[in-house]
Ligand binder design. Sequence first.
Ligand SMILES: [Cu+2]
Length: 88
Amino acid sequence: MISFQVNDMTCGHCVSSITKAVKALDSGAKVQVDLAAHRVEIEAAGANAVELSDAIKEAGYTPVAVENSAVAPIVATAAPTRKGCCCG
Ligand SMILES: [Cu+2]
């Protein structure tokens, strides 16, 4: 289970945009959204946390990986040993 906090997800339209973006990336994924908490939980079938995060970003939102998921999360803002973006 991969969890994201998406604070700019504010209505049902956002929910469906994000759900669609995730399913477009990973058609077997299960997506659960708690709109009140701005929380998106994804049971991915193939995609990893970074890919899911990118898909949500491409849909126009700002996902923040949530640490307490069962699967060790890859936190995009603080990835330890991977090649990060060029501005580190
Ligand atoms: Cu909306």
